[in-house]
Design a protein around this ligand. Structure first.
Ligand SMILES: [Cu+2]
Length: 150
């Protein structure tokens, strides 16, 4: 119990530090993204030209991760079926049942697409590491990871 409490406190401190970092980053940002700072900042992962930012997020079991397409191109959020915990649900924008179904749907008619300004969210119920990617930009290494802790 004591150890658990200690770990929880440590995680909280990390979050505070991260928040401060993100705040200062959004002011002096000059990476070419459109300046839409006035929009709500209630998403966890942004999708830019060919990247997820941040590339890795950590959440607790039962928490929801929200992705938002903050760029101008279409993206997907698609789990690597073999790179998520064994007993976890597969997840993908478009709510496909498998990685192959998601890839096929994209090839067919951009199934699962997340347009500019749109969001996708998923709630994580099983602890572990989840690797995911964006189908059209997989070749550009548009990949990310969600770490779910107990
Ligand atoms: Cu993409």
């Amino acid at each position: 119990m004591d150890r658990r409490t200690f770990l929880a406190g440590g995680a909280g401190a990390t979050l505070v530090a991260l928040a401060g970092c993100l705040e200062s980053g959004s002011d002096g940002d000059s990476d070419g993204e459109e300046g839409d700072d006035e929009e709500e900042d209630d998403y966890d992962v942004g999708m830019g030209a060919s990247f997820f930012r941040p590339e890795e997020v950590e959440v607790a079991v039962g928490e929801t991760v929200v992705w938002r397409n903050t760029g101008n191109r279409r993206h997907t959020v698609t789990a690597y079926e073999g790179e998520i915990p064994d007993d976890a649900d597969f997840f993908a924008s478009g709510d496909f049942d498998s990685e192959q179904a998601a890839r096929d749907a994209w090839m067919d008619d951009f199934g699962g697409k997340i347009e500019s300004g749109e969001e996708y969210e998923h709630t994580f119920e099983v602890p572990g590491e989840y690797d995911y990617f964006c189908i059209p930009h997989e070749a550009s290494a548009m990949v990310g990871r969600v770490v779910v802790t107990e």
